[in-house]
Design a protein around this ligand. Structure first.
Ligand SMILES: [Zn+2]
Length: 127
């Protein structure tokens, strides 16, 4: 799958998850049931996927952007930018208190990650 991802996309944006921190967590969150941007299995597998993507991106001359793991991708409203204080992992859909936009948790996070990746890309081009 990584090769296909790299071939079909000029720029790939991934969330640099804190794999080690998650393992240390005494109360690890359950894996999301959906097949959204994060539906790739365990956190360890995610780290491995990112590693492969990095390697292949270099091979194919593509751009791989890693978003800071503290970026509030899930809690940020992709419509107005409002960041909610808490969004428990069992909440799969939510409404933004600011603009009343209805969000699917994973889709909203994906949009935010992509937007952040675009910002990083634009910034990088300046230097
Ligand atoms: Zn909003």
């Amino acid at each position: 799958m990584p090769t296909q991802l790299i071939r079909e996309n000029q720029t790939i944006v991934v969330e640099d998850l804190a794999v080690k921190n998650m393992v240390k967590n005494h109360n690890p969150p359950p894996s999301p049931p959906g097949r959204g941007a994060r539906g790739v299995g365990s956190d360890a597998n995610w780290g491995e996927l990112v590693r492969q993507l990095e390697y292949k991106a270099e091979w194919y001359g593509r751009q791989l952007i890693k978003i800071d793991r503290y970026f509030p991708s899930s809690k940020r409203c992709s419509n107005c930018g409002h960041v909610v204080e808490k969004l428990p992992l069992n909440i799969r859909e939510w409404d933004c208190p600011e603009c009343a936009a209805h969000h699917d948790r994973d889709i909203n996070a994906s949009i935010n990650i992509l937007a952040a990746g675009g910002a990083v890309s634009v910034c990088g081009a300046r230097f």
